[in-house]
Ligand binder design. Structure first.
Ligand SMILES: *Cc1c(COP(=O)(O)O)cnc(C)c1O
Length: 435
């Protein structure tokens, strides 16, 4: 029995399913998860001393690779002064200054402890500000595990959401209108069916939680206009994409294009952040228009709070992660690594005659074994999960760790540059040959 198997057997007795977050259990690919005792750069070291090239990157946060010396040093320096004060601290101001500088649509920001808190609080704020109850979300978009967001499409979703999770009251689900992503007519119909009732539209501007899906050209502008027309707020959930594809997230990518055409800036009303801004420690944040943010307590009537919010260690780690972005501008290099990986998988599948879609932008990608281009939840589900799990296990045997599900994005870090990406391309190519 391996050390991982022993640990998992103990965990199964004490922790539901043996894991503290369900995606970590290998339910969708089969087999038992491995335990990791250390991570550095692009590499995980398992409890059994295997070294794996990691394309999960702690599900997004590790933009600079694991255990980056500068982030570690920043945490150690902050630790000298204590772990939590329960009062305002200087790191919170330094963090807010950076977020506002990086993401121009954010005029004011509030820190919290996870992406789930960020989206949950942003929605409460949108409801309080607009004095409306309903929200629109898109099937396949994941916004954390709060009640009104754990809902995906069902038939008749325009007026009645179907809860995705047991324990979500049907009365809550009714306040969430679920629509297909990338579908303009469905959005118009969703607004038309709920006139004057939609507080906000929340979306992942590039989806990363049903695999990786990009919006059709012009789609995000369409959503922006529809919200403005309906008096609803637009919430960009950039918990995953924020700082990953651009300093200013997907809105930064949009605005680079608009600046070239001298078009006015694209601004969501609120933006949710997390993952990378914690530098590997637990963090979330939401921010946006000052007039909306000022609806938050203690200035306004919308309550939101957190004992550990703005925690000095988490702020120090996040500040170091953001300063590394400033120092390195990692995005051109990351895109080059992403394309290298994508091209290797495409070439291997072409040789084998295996249908595949590899959507990729910068350091995000996913691999769908399907002949249908993926543009929403329904087309994502056409990816062959059985082939994926064979591919996943072949990669793992070769020393490459992909997310243990056919419907998750992969992430690349700056630490993958060089031997790691080259070896990974070889392993993925061999794995395609094997399946
Ligand atoms: C990960 C994620 C969340 C939830 O963040 P947690 O820190 O896991 O609560 C919300 N939205 C998106 C887009 C995410 O990728």
């Amino acid at each position: 029995m391996t050390v991982s198997d022993q640990l998992f057997a103990r965990a199964l007795q004490l922790i539901p399913g043996g894991v503290n977050s369900p995606v970590r259990a290998f339910r969708s690919v089969g087999g038992a998860p491995f335990f990791v005792k250390a991570a550095r750069g692009a590499t995980l070291t398992t409890a059994d001393d295997r070294e794996l090239i990691d394309f999960v990157c702690t599900w997004g946060p590790a933009l600079h690779g694991h255990n980056h010396p500068k982030i570690r040093a920043a945490i150690a320096a902050a630790l000298e002064h204590g772990t939590s004060f329960g009062t305002p601290n200087p790191y919170e101001v330094a963090m807010a200054e950076r977020i506002v500088r990086f993401v121009p649509s954010i005029q004011k920001v509030r820190m919290c402890n996870s992406g789930t808190e960020a989206t949950m609080s942003a929605i409460r704020l949108a409801r309080g500000f607009t004095k409306r109850d309903k929200i629109i979300k898109f099937s396949g978009c994941y916004h954390g595990h709060s009640d009104s967001l754990l809902i995906k499409a069902g038939s008749g979703a325009l007026t009645h959401g179907n809860p995705d999770s047991a324990g979500v009251p049907a009365s809550f689900a009714r306040e969430t209108v679920v629509l297909p992503y990338n579908d303009r007519a469905a959005l118009d119909a969703g607004f038309a069916a709920n006139p004057g009732q939609i507080a906000c539209v929340i979306l992942e501007p590039y989806c990363g939680n049903v695999g990786f899906i990009m919006p059709d050209p012009g789609y995000l502008d369409y959503v922006r206009e529809a919200c403005t027309k309906a008096g609803a707020l637009l919430i960009f959930d950039e918990v995953m994409t924020g700082f990953r594809l651009h300093k200013a997230g997907v809105q930064g990518l949009l605005n680079d294009g608009r600046a070239q055409n001298k078009a006015p800036a694209f601004t969501p009303d609120l933006t949710c952040l997390g993952k990378i801004i914690g530098g590997g420690l637990p963090v979330g944040a939401f921010g946006g228009r000052a007039d909306v943010m000022d609806y938050l307590a203690p200035l306004g009537p919308v309550y939101q709070a957190g004992t550990l919010s703005g925690n000095p260690l988490a702020m120090a780690a996040g500040i170091a992660a953001l300063d590394l972005i400033d120092e390195l501008n990692p995005y051109p290099k990351l895109d080059q690594l992403g394309r290298q990986l994508r091209d290797a998988v495409l070439a291997a599948c072409r040789t084998k005659g295996l249908p595949v879609q590899v959507p990729q932008s910068g350091s995000m990608f996913s691999i769908f074994f399907s002949d249908t281009p993926v543009r929403d939840y329904a087309t994502a589900l056409k990816g062959d999960a059985k082939i994926f799990s064979r591919f996943f296990h072949a990669c793992l045997a070769g020393g490459v760790y992909l997310a243990p599900s056919a419907y998750e994005a992969g992430f690349i870090s700056t630490a993958h540059d060089g031997p790691a990406i080259a070896k990974a391309c070889d392993v993925l190519t061999a794995a395609v040959r094997q399946i």
